[in-house]
Design a protein around this ligand. Structure first.
Ligand code: 5GP
Length: 207
């Protein structure tokens, strides 16, 4: 008796966790991946207590909220994960995440390494962890200085944090070195595309 293979293309959505030290280019990469306009991919806008940088808008890059409001949201269990990064609070909305997954959408989470590990623990079968890094630390510092968004002390703190963040690399599944932006974007898109073909645990392929 022949057994038929059910459509192997994965229908459920994936959580695409993208982490990187500040300045490694993850925002540019995410923007480019999203700009392709694929209906099947969305972006999780995090909540944060940090002040907006020049050019950032509420509801565009982040939802900028007070520390009191953030703590209230923690109490109300509104976050799938939250962390204190560089002295500020950041959190991912549980509702947005679950909504995307329930309709089979991929969702990009641009979050730090603590958040990445926490999400992977909660969604082990439908999350994918991608780490972005510059070819070396020298390039990272150069990029941080060139973007001219942070004070000198902030840059030093971010460099120190980059070394700590890199220690989480073995917990990640993919590493993309951002030497040239278009190549890094292509690499991330390829990884996301490949998830459609991943074997889903518990799914019946042959009946
Ligand atoms: P920035 O202030 O430079 O936008 O972000 C600082 C760090 O916080 C980055 O590593 C960024 O990915 C991370 N981050 C942004 N949103 C979230 C979030 O919702 N959760 C966690 N854990 N980290 C976040």
């Amino acid at each position: 008796m022949s057994k038929k293979i059910s459509n192997p293309i994965k229908k459920a959505g994936n959580i695409i966790i993208i982490s990187a030290p500040s300045g490694a280019g993850k925002s540019s990469i995410c923007e480019a991946v999203l700009a392709e306009g694929k209906k099947n991919i969305s972006y999780s806008i995090s909540y944060t207590t940090r002040s907006p940088r020049k050019g950032e808008g509420n509801g565009k890059n982040y939802y900028f909220i007070s520390e009191d409001k953030f703590k209230q949201m923690i109490e109300e269990k509104k976050f799938a994960e939250w962390a204190k990064v560089h002295g500020n609070y950041y959190g991912t909305s549980k509702e947005v995440l679950n909504k995307a997954l329930s309709v089979g959408k991929n969702i990009i989470l641009e979050i730090d390494v603590q958040g990445g590990v926490s999400i992977k623990k909660q969604y082990p079968n439908n999350s994918c962890m991608i780490f972005i890094m510059t070819p070396d630390f020298k390039t990272l510092k150069k990029r941080l200085m060139a973007r001219n968004k942070d004070r000198k002390e902030t840059i030093s703190m971010r460099m120190l944090n980059a070394k700590k963040e890199l220690k989480y690399l073995p917990k990640y599944e993919y590493l993309v070195i951002n030497k040239k932006l278009d190549e890094a974007v292509h690499a991330v898109k390829t990884i996301i595309k490949s998830l459609e073909y991943k074997i889903e645990k518990g799914r019946i392929y042959f009946a």
